[in-house]
Write a protein that binds this ligand. Structure first.
Ligand code: MOS
Length: 733
């Protein structure tokens, strides 16, 4: 006991790794439940209007079909949209599947076919005939710009655009050097490996819902209210989540519909969203952004203006922190930001790894690169010339900020000093070579909602940790086991962490890069509390004197203790509340990303041959899982930069892609060398365990670093993402 961290900080392999490679980790659609029905969604084939009739005759004639639910025959549910709000949802009216005849977006569920087997449900769903009364839809952000509006405030304050400072308009107009450009980012779809899915086990007393979600507690509360499940015990289980990235922050329509069907039929039901329907589940909002940078001849910033218009749906004001970091990343006295939304007839956009920042920082960091060339200064030197030790937008210091070290160590490792500044100055054979860089930043926060964890001493001398948070592939099981082992002075083998169950003590949504700091602190506090309890019980029982605590934690001593106290376990539950910073500090995670691209000059094929990510994220609990977070996020960054575009056919108002054949995410062949380094950063203010969080920072700076590298290679400034082969070839003329 009190040996200091010996396990935390080590790159131990994932605790859940063996279960996953052996196929023993169960995902939502894999639970075997007796007498299971299968449900398949019939999606709307147009974007806006009303359903006038639904012909289900053919569907019902399929053998095995049990029911076809539509807005006309579905069971009663609340008509008040506010009852469908979830903890992280934006202002507006949440979408309620099968609520009425109204169609808000293409792909919206208009019927649900339920059958004894999946094949019957799928085939019957294809035979449902829906007639519509169509209205003129709008799905093109560019043509809705004139209708842009300032969004109402999100109650979590997630996209609170910082107030202007100084006089950015005047400073820009008077600046000796000006850079002004418009950047566009494409909508991106969520495609975690695991499809969104729910298995509902319907029982007379208990409804157990195996769901893919980032927050079993939110889903439990949502279902209890929205579908009035108060008479039964509702338990939501998400022991393993095969990637989520933000799409699982809010209860998805899959869980609503599966439970609706189960309730209607009093049977167990499974619903899996097939890959093609994943395209209608939510997306990273596309954006049109204009950045204006005014500077002196040496590149010192005199003015920053950043205006963004992002897509939202007709029914919600989806928003994310697209501009927040433009006010705080660099030293500048005149800053003006404007964040607006434009309504489209699409599903609501949703959070997606580094929501907002990955999009807004693309524009800002490309503009910084443009400024570097306008003043003929190395892009890294330009960042250092504008470095700030304070958060100017809030006029306060950072709780820690090792970005300077990220720049220095990243540049050193990458070999940035060998770069020749001029575009088109590096090549090998028929490939142009480009080196580009960008800065990343993301908020380091604890969850705004308190988190609880329970730690129990079991009869066999092991410790069990339970908390309702999920592990979405981030390594939560592993880091929590490490934290508990250290806090209890026990080896890893004696700690069992159980997660992803709404029956466990309340722990909010996994997301926001806050889980390690929040749940980690809760687990640590729970362990401390249990340790105290054990010691005081042991003293009472007279089995130890003072100063003998270390021996006490041997399994034999603990077994004695339990026997003496006549119990088969001893437990403690701790609650952790966000560090009450007040307004004293800003906390952020930083990164510097350096990219090398090689571009076939004739074919315009871009290869990202090297990525170097230098990250400052406070204390690193596990360098192996931490590195995985950054690598995975970097791969998503490559997708954002070069491939991913959930393009809509504006004629039909629907996403053109239906599979990975037409929505390309980076494959192994697209990913070369990604190197991650964590710089030392000590922060005793950000969270009780000194952790800042790593889930999102890896996604922020990759796309701009690649775009800047493409400019360096080709001399072509590509301002629209993704930078596809055709766009690059076309821009060359
Ligand atoms: Mo994250 S976009 O909070 O899963």
């Amino acid at each position: 006991m009190d040996q200091g961290p010996v396990i935390t900080g080590k790159g131990i392999p994932r605790i859940d790794g063996p279960l996953k490679v052996k196929g023993q980790a169960k995902y939502a659609a894999e639970y075997e439940v007796p007498d299971l029905l299968h449900a398949v969604i019939v999606p709307a084939s147009m974007a806006k209007g009303r359903v006038t009739s639904i012909d289900t005759t053919a569907a019902k004639s399929f053998s095995g079909v049990v029911a076809v639910l539509t807005h006309q025959n579905r069971p009663w549910f609340w008509p008040f949209s506010f009852l469908y709000k979830d903890p992280v949802g934006p202002p507006g009216k949440p979408f309620r599947p099968l609520y009425n005849d109204r169609v808000h977006f293409s792909g919206q569920p208009v019927a649900l076919v339920v059958a004894e087997n999946y094949e019957a449900a799928r085939d019957a769903a294809a035979s449902v005939r829906v007639s519509y009364d169509r209205e003129q839809h709008a799905t093109d952000l560019a043509s809705e710009v004139s209708n842009a509006y300032r969004p109402p405030r999100h109650r979590l304050g997630v996209a609170r655009t910082p107030q202007p400072t100084g006089d950015a308009d005047r400073a820009f107009s008077e600046a000796p050097v000006k850079v002004e450009a418009t950047y566009k980012t494409a909508p991106e779809n969520h495609h975690p490996m695991e499809l969104f899915a729910t298995t509902v086990e319907w029982g007379d007393e208990t409804v157990t819902i195996y769901d893919k979600t980032q927050s079993p507690k939110s889903v439990e509360i949502f279902l209890k209210v929205a579908l009035r499940l108060f008479r039964r015990k509702v338990r939501v289980v998400s022991s393993f989540v095969g990637g989520a990235f933000g799409l699982g922050l809010r209860p998805q329509q899959s869980v609503f519909l599966a439970v609706l069907a189960a309730k209607a039929l009093k049977r167990s039901v499974r619903l899996v969203i097939p890959r093609d329907q994943m395209f209608a589940l939510g997306y990273r909002a596309n954006s049109i952004q204009t950045v204006s940078l005014g500077a002196d001849e040496n590149g010192h910033l005199l003015a920053i203006r950043h205006r963004a218009i992002a897509a939202t749906s007709q029914y919600e004001d989806a928003q994310d922190p697209m501009l927040n970091f433009s006010a705080s990343l660099y030293r500048c006295n005149n800053i003006k930001l404007s964040y607006e939304l434009a309504k489209l007839d699409t599903v609501s956009p949703c959070d997606m790894r580094a929501p907002g920042a990955a999009t807004g920082m693309f524009a800002l960091e490309c503009a910084m690169d443009e400024l570097a060339y306008a003043v003929n200064v190395d892009p890294l030197v330009l960042r250092l010339a504008n470095y700030t030790e304070r958060d100017q937008s809030e006029n306060r210091p950072f709780s820690s900020k090792a970005l300077r070290e990220c720049y220095a160590q990243g540049a050193e490792r990458f070999g940035w000093a060998k770069r020749s500044h001029a575009p088109r100055s590096m090549r090998k054979g028929k490939e142009l070579i480009g080196w580009g860089m960008a800065t990343g930043v993301w908020e380091a926060a604890m969850s705004p909602v308190p988190a609880r964890a329970k730690v129990s001493l079991l009869a066999d001398g092991r410790f069990e940790v339970t908390t309702s948070i999920t592990d979405i592939g981030t390594g939560t099981y592993t880091i929590l086991t490490q934290i508990a082992a250290d806090a209890l002075g026990a080896p890893l083998e004696r700690v069992v962490v159980k997660l992803g169950d709404s029956a466990f003590p309340f722990n909010p949504t996994q997301g926001g890069s806050w889980t390690a700091a929040t749940s980690g602190s809760a687990v640590q506090a729970g362990c401390e509390k249990l340790k105290k309890k054990i010691i005081s019980r042991a003293k009472q029982a007279g089995i130890i004197g003072n100063g003998q605590a270390a021996e006490l934690l041997s399994p034999a001593a603990l077994a004695d203790l339990l026997k003496l106290s006549g119990r088969d376990n001893l437990s403690a539950t701790a609650t952790i509340i966000k560090v009450p910073f007040g307004k004293k500090y800003t906390s952020a995670t930083h990164s510097a990303v350096f990219a090398e691209v090689r571009i076939d000059e004739e074919l315009s094929v871009v290869r990202v041959t090297r990525l170097l990510c230098a990250v400052a994220a406070g204390r690193i609990l596990n360098p192996a899982t931490a590195r995985s977070q950054i690598i995975g996020a970097s791969v998503m960054g490559i997708g954002k930069a070069l491939y991913e575009d959930a393009a809509i056919d504006h004629n039909l108002g629907r996403c053109m892609a239906h599979s990975f054949a037409d929505y390309h995410i980076p494959s192994n062949a697209d990913v070369y060398d990604i190197e991650v380094l964590f710089v030392e950063e000590t922060d005793d203010k950000v969270s009780p365990i000194g952790v800042k969080g790593l889930g999102e920072i890896g996604s922020v700076a990759v796309a701009p670093a690649i775009a800047n590298a493409i400019f360096h290679a080709t001399g072509q400034r590509m301002r629209d993402l993704p930078i596809t082969i055709d766009r690059l070839a076309h821009s060359r003329g």
